[in-house]
Design a protein around this ligand. Structure first.
Ligand code: HEM
Length: 405
């Protein structure tokens, strides 16, 4: 392995990391990237255990040298209301408080909303002929529109597209190693979004409606309800947690199906395989290195002969864990009939993805709808120019499909 340059930023590695990840699992399961200053953990058992380890913090704010944003500033308000900065006990209570937004009634409503949003973007493609960009027309707009719709951003003309534009800018800010321009645009977008969500929260305090923000305010729980700032940060963090992840998940799912026509044919023949195919696609690869979950050591410890010091940054890699042959037989085979429930795509333990069911539902409905506009002759016209590397992440710029009709 290279010692002076960053393995994790190496374009060849980012493009196709699985052989390299396998080597790391075998030879150096806790690998230090000197360029980034991160530990990188790749084996299934380690990743699963460490994801749930209360001795590892999700936030640097637990350390003495952490410089908090100025109190009273927007960044300061955002920071202090963020889930990242909660200790394990606060976090446990926070999960119970936000559960008010995910009651069975709310989940049924969300299912209906997700179906409507997917159909809104599927309908024009069904009418299209020639080529379509599956990213711009389908995979990109759906997750942010779903978040806007479930949160209760009123679907007045223009509102959802403005929400989507802001959400995109916010996302770019949170990408690892965002440049100055993206940071500036992201911060401006976050402030505009925050104002918008706070206005919505004020309105819903006056009058309950059928949406997540209303439920967070009015649903009874054993704990005090969230404050306006906490609701604002929660809705904004759904964008960073639930939009790019789901878009990437959709793109990779379609890529794997096009790359494995026998598996695509199985799904076409038996659509009851859809939820399983989605889970398997997310196990197989959903953006590879994008799928890292950061942690910070709160004390010194030893692992596989390496000494990790208090304050060290550790990246846990579910993407690598999901290809570990000690858990998944023949892990590099994409198999839509496989039982992939052990995959760590959505994490493990107290921070397990709050939107896992929503994401699975979105992707399942997207695949179901895609079967109505992607004939068996449709071809994905993908080339290397269609992808960009943003830090450790690989993201498609477009996904051109020739519909062959
Ligand atoms: C394919 C799509 C998605 C993937 C792969 C994904 C993955 C993850 C992972 C791995 C974690 C755990 C992070 C950790 O332990 O540090 C997580 C947490 C989280 N996810 Fe997702 N996610 C997806 C979609 C969503 C959606 C759609 C939402 C909501 C709209 C969402 C909301 C959250 C939230 C709020 C957390 C933080 C939970 C906590 O810290 O208690 N995610 N997600």
């Amino acid at each position: 392995m290279p010692t002076s340059e960053s393995l994790l930023l190496d374009p060849d590695f980012v493009r196709d990391p699985h052989a390299g990840l396998e080597r790391l699992r075998e030879e150096e399961p806790v690998y230090y990237d000197p360029h980034l200053g991160w530990w990188f953990v790749t084996r299934y058992d380690d990743v699963k255990r460490m994801l749930a380890d209360p001795g590892l913090s999700k936030s640097r704010s637990v350390f003495d040298d952490y410089v908090a944003p100025e109190p009273g500033s927007f960044a300061g308000r955002f920071d202090s209301a963020s889930v990242l900065h909660k200790n394990p006990e606060n976090h446990r209570v926070w999960r119970k408080r936000v559960a008010a937004g995910f009651t069975p009634r709310a989940v049924r409503r969300m299912e209906r909303q997700v179906r409507e949003v997917v159909e809104q973007f599927a309908a024009p493609i069904r009418e299209a002929t020639g080529r379509v960009d599956l990213l711009a027309a389908f995979a990109d707009p759906i997750p942010n529109t779903v978040i806007a719709r479930i949160a209760g951003i009123p679907p007045f003309p223009g509102d959802e597209s403005r929400f989507r534009a802001l959400a995109q800018d916010v996302l770019r800010r949170y990408v690892f190693f965002a440049d100055e321009e993206n940071l500036r645009r992201g911060d401006a977008a976050l402030e505009e979004l925050a104002e918008w969500i706070l206005k919505l929260t004020g309105d819903r305090r006056q009058e309950r409606s059928e949406d997540l923000v209303s439920d967070l305010i009015h649903e009874e729980t054993e704990h005090p309800p969230l404050s306006d700032d906490e609701i604002m940060v929660f809705v904004a963090s759904l964008i960073s947690a639930g939009s790019e992840t789901t878009t990437l998940g959709a793109c990779h799912m379609f890529r794997h199906l096009f790359d494995h026509p026998d598996q695509f044919a199985l799904v076409r023949k038996d659509p009851s395989l859809i939820p399983n195919a989605v889970r398997e696609a997310l196990r197989y690869d959903f953006g590879s290195l994008a799928a890292v979950t950061p942690r910070y050591a709160t004390e010194d410890f030893e692992i596989h002969g390496k000494t990790i010091r208090r304050g060290d940054s550790i990246m846990l890699s579910p993407a690598s864990a999901n290809r570990d042959s000690s858990v998944f037989e023949d892990p590099h085979r994409f198999d839509v009939t496989r039982d992939a429930r052990e995959a760590l795509t959505f994490g493990n333990g107290p921070h397990y993805c709050l939107g896992a069911n929503l994401a699975m539902q979105e992707l399942s409905f997207m695949l179901e709808a895609a079967l109505t506009f992607l004939s068996a002759d449709a071809v994905l016209k993908s080339s290397e120019d269609d992808w960009e590397q943003v830090g450790i992440m690989r993201r498609p710029l477009r996904m051109i499909v020739d519909l062959r009709r």
